[in-house]
Ligand binder design. Structure first.
Ligand code: NAP
Ligand code: MG
Length: 505
C-alpha cells in the first residue's frame, strides 16, 4: 500500500479545477444522461456553493440499470468467472482506487465536507482495503459435503443471488458503498447502487475505475437520484434479488414493505444508533477515556451511525471526566475541511445543522446544560459548522438521549451502580455500538455480555476492522452484517445438490 499523503490546502485548491467530476448515470459500463433529462445540484457544505450538476435518475433509469445488471448476472460474465480471475479484477480495481486516492479524497471532501485528513487518511484507503479484503477471500472459501446416507453425495454450495441493489447514505459515501460492493461483487453478484444525493460524485468515479480495471460492463451500475424515486424503484424492482441499505431506521423499514409487497427480495438493513459509552469508577487514565470518548462522538462530525452519543459516567468521575473532555477538545479544531489540521468540517446540509441545533435546544428545554458548543460557528464561510457540543445533566428519558441526533452532540448521564449503568445503556430502541471503560477484567466481561449491541468496544471506541462483522440489534439493523466473511453469506443463496449413486452393477 502507498503511504498516506494529505495534501496541503493550497495544493487542494489548485487541484479542484481539474478534478475528474463524473456527473452522469453509470450504466452498462458507460456514462449517460438521465432519460428524463433532469439534473440536480450538489453543493459543498463547507461553503454552501454549488460544485456540480448531477444527472437525476428516475424509475425508467433504474429499469435500464437493472436490465444491464440482469444481463451481466444471467450470462455468467461475472458469476461464472473462475474465482481467481474475479479476484484479480477486483484487486486491480482496488489498486486503481489507491492510485487515485488523492483525487478521490478531494472529490469526497468538497462534496461532503468531510475533513481531508479523514478522506485522504482513511475513507478512500479503507475503501480500497475493503474491496481487496473481500477479493482475496474469493478463492479461499469452500463449500460443504453433508453427512448424507451411503449411496448419496450431497453438497451444500453458495451461489450468487443475482442482482443486488444498494442504497447508500452520505456520511461515508465511498466507504459505505464499498462495504456493500466488496462482498456482493466478490460473491459473483452484479449491482445497481443509488448513492445519497448529497454525495454522488466519489462513487461515480470509483465505478468508472472498476471498468478501467477490467470489471465487465453491467456488473456495477450507479444511478443517482432521489430516494423517493430511484431508491423506491430499486426497492420494488422485481428483477432485483437483494437490497442492501445503510441509512435511517425510518427509510430502512420502507424497504421491508417494498419487498413484502413485491418479489420478497432479501433485505439487509444497517440503521441508526444511540450508542452508550459507560465509564466505571475504577478507571485511572481519564485523559485516555476522554480521547476515546471524543473520537466516539466527534469523529465525522458525529454523523456516524455508531457514534457514542450517550456518555454514561459514574457519579464519582463525572466532574473530572468533563474537565478532561473539555481539555481534549483542543485536539479537535473545527474549520475548512481542505485544511489538513481540521478534524471537524461542516455538517452535510443546512437542514442537518438546523436539526442538530434544534436537539440542543430541546435538551436545554428539558433541563440539560450546555458545557461547550451548541451553536453555528464560522458563519462567514457560508458553511454549516457546529462546534463539538457537550450536554451535561442529561436524563436517559430526554429526547437528546433517545433519538439519534447525527451531529457532534454528546449527552452526559450519571449512574451509581453497575446494574444501573447497564440498564441505562440498554434502555434504547437501538443496539449498534457500545463502549465500556474499566480497568477491571470482571466488569469488562460481565458488562460486555449484558450490552445489547452488535459491536462492543472495551477501553476504546471500536467498530472492529474488515475481519469482524458490523451490524446492529433491535432498531439498528435487520437481516445481516457488513464486513468479514459473514457478509459473503448474506449475498449468496444456499444450494443443496443431492446426487444418488447407482449401485455397482
Ligand atoms: P436516509 O434519509 O435514510 O437516506 C439514506 C439513503 O436512502 C439515501 O440514499 C436516500 O436518498 C435514500 N432514501 C431516502 N428516502 C427513501 C425512500 N423513501 N425509499 C428509498 N430510499 C430512500 O439517511 P441519511 O440521512 O442519508 O443517513 C443518516 C442515517 O443513516 C442515520 O440515521 C444513520 O444512523 C444511518 N447510518 C447507518 C449506518 C450503519 O451502518 N448502520 C451507517 C451510516 C449511516 P436521498 O437522500 O438521495 O434522497
Ligand atoms: Mg454535496
Amino acid at each position: 500500500m502507498t503511504d498516506t499523503h494529505i495534501p496541503d490546502r493550497d495544493a487542494s485548491l489548485a487541484a479542484i479545477a481539474s478534478l475528474p467530476l463524473r456527473t452522469r448515470l453509470f450504466i452498462d459500463g458507460a456514462f449517460r444522461d438521465a432519460k428524463g433529462g433532469r439534473r440536480f445540484t450538489s453543493e459543498n457544505p463547507a461553503t454552501g456553493q454549488p460544485i456540480a450538476e448531477v444527472a437525476e435518475g428516475g424509475p425508467e433509469d433504474v429499469d435500464l440499470a437493472v436490465a444491464a445488471a440482469r444481463r451481466a448476472a444471467d450470462d455468467g460474465r461475472w458469476s461464472r468467472l473462475n474465482p481467481g480471475d474475479r479476484k484479480t479484477l477486483l484487486i486491480a480495481w482496488a489498486e486503481r482506487i489507491d492510485a487515485h486516492r488523492e483525487e478521490l479524497a478531494l472529490i469526497e471532501t468538497i462534496d461532503s465536507g468531510k475533513p481531508i485528513a479523514d478522506t485522504a487518511g482513511f475513507d478512500i484507503a479503507e475503501t480500497a482495503r475493503c474491496i481487496r479484503w473481500h477479493a482475496e477471500a474469493i478463492d479461499k472459501l469452500y463449500g460443504q459435503v453433508a453427512p448424507a446416507p451411503e449411496g448419496v453425495v450431497a453438497t451444500i454450495t453458495r451461489e450468487p443471488m443475482g442482482v443486488v441493489g444498494a442504497v447508500i447514505p452520505w456520511n461515508y459515501p465511498a466507504l459505505m458503498a464499498a462495504w456493500k460492493m466488496g462482498p456482493a461483487l466478490a460473491t459473483g453478484n452484479t449491482m445497481v447502487i443509488k448513492p445519497a444525493s448529497y454525495t454522488a460524485l466519489s462513487l461515480l468515479r470509483i465505478a468508472e475505475l472498476a471498468t478501467e480495471a477490467g470489471v465487465p460492463d453491467g456488473v456495477l451500475n450507479v444511478v443517482p437520484g432521489p430516494g423517493g424515486s430511484v431508491g423506491e424503484a430499486l426497492g420494488r424492482h422485481p428483477d432485483v434479488d437483494c437490497l442492501a441499505f445503510t441509512g435511517s431506521t425510518d427509510v430502512g423499514r420502507r424497504f421491508l414493505h417494498y419487498s413484502a409487497d413485491g418479489n420478497l427480495k432479501r433485505v439487509l438493513l444497517e440503521l441508526g444508533g444511540k450508542s452508550p459509552q459507560i465509564v466505571f469508577p475504577d478507571v485511572t487514565d481519564l485523559a485516555s477515556v476522554a480521547a476515546n470518548a471524543a473520537i466516539a462522538i466527534f469523529m465525522n462530525m458525529g454523523e456516524n451511525c455508531s457514534a457514542g452519543s450517550r456518555l454514561i459516567v459514574h457519579r464519582s468521575k463525572r466532574a473530572a471526566l468533563l474537565e478532561a473532555l473539555v481539555a481534549e477538545l483542543a485536539n479537535w479544531p473545527v474549520g475548512d475541511p481542505l485544511d489538513p489540521s481540521s478534524r471537524l468540517g461542516p455538517l452535510i446540509s443546512r437542514s442537518q445543522m438546523d436539526t442538530v441545533l434544534d436537539y440542543v435546544e430541546s435538551g436545554m428545554g428539558e433541563g440539560a446544560r450546555v458545557v461547550t458548543g451548541g451553536e453555528q460557528i464560522l458563519r462567514e464561510t457560508g458553511g454549516y459548522f457546529v462546534g463539538p457540543t457537550i450536554l451535561d445533566g442529561v436524563r436517559n428519558d430526554m429526547r437528546v438521549a433517545r433519538e439519534e441526533i447525527f451531529g457532534p452532540v454528546l449527552s452526559v448521564i450519571e449512574f451509581d451502580t453497575e446494574e444501573e449503568a447497564v440498564r441505562i445503556a440498554n434502555d434504547t430502541p437501538y443496539g449498534l455500538g457500545a463502549s465500556v471503560y474499566t480497568d477491571d477484567l470482571h466488569v469488562a466481561h460481565r458488562v460486555a455480555r449484558e450490552l445489547r449491541a452488535g459491536v462492543v468496544g472495551v477501553n476504546a471506541y471500536a467498530e472492529g476492522d474488515q475481519t469482524t462483522p458490523f451490524g446492529g440489534y433491535k432498531l439498528s439493523g435487520f437481516g445481516g452484517h457488513d464486513k468479514s466473511v459473514h457478509a459473503h453469506d448474506q449475498y449468496t443463496e444456499t444450494k443443496t445438490t443431492w446426487i444418488t449413486l447407482r449401485p455397482r452393477p
